[in-house]
Design a protein around this ligand. Sequence first.
Ligand SMILES: [Zn+2]
Length: 121
Amino acid sequence: MSFTLQDDSEVWFSDILENHYEEARSRALSALGQGQKTDTGCIVTPTRARRKVRFRGRQTTAYRFIYCILTRTVAGYDDVIRHRCHNPRCINPEHLEIGTRADNKHDDWDYAAYGVDFDLL
Ligand SMILES: [Zn+2]
């Protein structure tokens, strides 16, 4: 007997990537299209609050949805989508990467110590 230990988030993304990909992709692209590009290359949403996307019975942040769908990544509960540009409102998938909660904490420390990631400018 073998176990595959999948959490809710993984189950949801797997189902979308396998069975509802085109619908999810157009949803992600339309959310992205509503953003505004800044001079650092970030794409930010006009509202101050983090934009959410509701899809197939579940709600998640727009940047997580956009990143996972456009890069075909299944993110589990413990996976966080990190902002390489340190702009929490940014939804540009090129500025995002997947990591663990522990990585995310380290990013904050690195940011405090070294400032911006100059590769992105
Ligand atoms: Zn950005």
